[in-house]
Design a protein around this ligand. Structure first.
Ligand SMILES: Cc1cc2nc3c(=O)[nH]c(=O)nc-3n(C[C@H](O)[C@H](O)[C@H](O)COP(=O)(O)O)c2cc1C
Length: 378
């Protein structure tokens, strides 16, 4: 049951983002190179309040660059997919927003959080937190350009001395922004240290629009603690979904019921990885699809026995059929090992592969346990 001080379930109510209602505000973070259409679809299949596209460069969008169009919301996506825009010129961002809405985006999100030098040096991403006037012009231009709700994602501020997120959130609300997500770090922290969920409360206190807490939510109790510390209306999760597209569903279930749902069995995970690979191959074609699949396959296998050998083999193979075979074989040997350790007995009919796998982790040595995989029931 909950370790958190309050009963979070009763506080995590549906939120309204303008005309869009999120029944369960547990959101997939935008991640360049990760939250592409195949991954978003997979996360949506398990369940998510909202998913976000990778950040789209507004300039490239209005040039209708092929790669950029591939990153936007796709016509066949189910569920609610927000498209995130990065840029620095109000009119260009407004035009990029219009184009995405024409392509079916139900929500536009604006990126004031990206810390990368190549973005910041162009005065985009978190650099915009240092120029509140330009920030306000961008927000107004985009809000006025489209009929769908516009949201904003940012950090606490540029650095510890300049944590202006509460003021900027208020400016954003006054410009017509309908939800703000805060990554609980400053730009100068990049991804170092810990996200500070309690500082997000300052933003929550500054505005009436929904505030979403983001940063370092890796298990159910992180989600409850982030909500309790920040007072936020929902959570956004990024890296916690690596190799676990089902994680948002688990968090939603936990926040609803207080009971931790098990991860899919190893046999189910094998099917999930194979389906994800197929989706990437058909979306990108074999050459690019295989290369993009490598990092996901690496994440799926993390902490499992013989994962390093498996990854080395997958990362050097250019034959999709062979990679499918490797995935099958890799999971099969673990499933067989788990069965050997804990055969399914009549007294233990419900034990899943994952549970049996975790019961016999000792036979796989410290690597498996150190990686904390498979996630055990909490
Ligand atoms: C690989 C990667 C790519 C990211 N790309 C974006 C992006 O395109 N837009 C954005 O607003 N944030 C981006 N982020 C930041 C995440 O959305 C999120 O704020 C951050 O990772 C903290 O959340 P987490 O600890 O749950 O991952 C990215 C993060 C990572 C790790």
């Amino acid at each position: 049951m909950f370790d958190a001080p309050n009963n979070i379930t009763s506080r995590l109510s549906p939120i309204r983002i303008g005309s869009v209602t999120l029944d369960m505000p547990v959101i997939l973070a935008p991640m360049a190179g990760v939250t592409d259409a195949p991954f978003r679809q997979l996360v949506q299949k398990f369940g998510a309040g909202l998913v976000m596209s990778e950040m789209i460069a507004s300039h490239a969008m209005i040039r209708e660059n092929r790669k950029t169009l591939q990153r936007t919301r796709q016509a066949n996506e189910s569920g609610i997919t927000a498209v995130q825009l990065a840029g620095t010129e109000p009119e260009v961002m407004a035009e990029a927003a219009r184009l995405n809405v024409d392509r079916g985006a139900p929500i536009i999100d604006i990126n004031f959080g990206c810390p990368m030098k190549k973005i910041v040096n162009n005065f985009a991403g978190s650099a915009l937190m240092r120029d509140e006037k330009l920030a306000a012009s961008i927000l107004k231009a985009v809000v006025n350009a489209v009929k769908v709700p516009v949201t904003l994602k940012m950090r606490l501020g540029w650095d510890r001395e300049n944590m202006n997120a509460p003021r900027l959130a208020k400016i954003a609300e006054d410009c017509g922004i309908k939800m703000v997500t805060i990554h609980g770090r400053t730009r100068c922290q990049f991804y170092k240290g810990q996200a500070d969920w309690s500082l997000i409360r300052l933003i929550k206190n500054a505005v009436k629009i929904p505030v979403i807490a983001n940063g370092d939510i890796r298990d159910n109790s992180d989600a409850t603690l982030a909500l309790a510390a920040s007072g936020a209306d929902g959570v956004m999760i990024g890296r916690g979904t690596y190799g676990r597209p089902w994680f948002l569903r688990q968090v939603m279930d936990y926040l609803r019921t207080g009971i931790a749902a098990p991860s899919p069995s190893l046999a189910e995970q094998r099917a999930i990885v194979a389906d994800h690979l197929d989706a990437m191959l058909s979306y990108y074609g074999t050459y690019t699809g295989l290369r993009i699949a490598r990092k996901h396959i690496g994440w799926y296998s993390k902490g499992l026995p013989k994962a390093a050998e498996f990854r080395a083999a997958v990362n050097t193979c250019d034959d999709a059929e062979k990679v499918r075979g490797m995935i099958d074989e890799f999971f099969e040997q673990i499933i067989q090992q788990a069965i050997k350790c804990h055969p399914r007995e009549s007294g233990d009919p419900a034990a899943s592969d994952s549970e049996r796998m975790s019961l016999c982790q000792d036979s796989y040595g410290p690597q498996t346990r150190a990686a904390g995989f498979p996630p055990s029931r909490e």
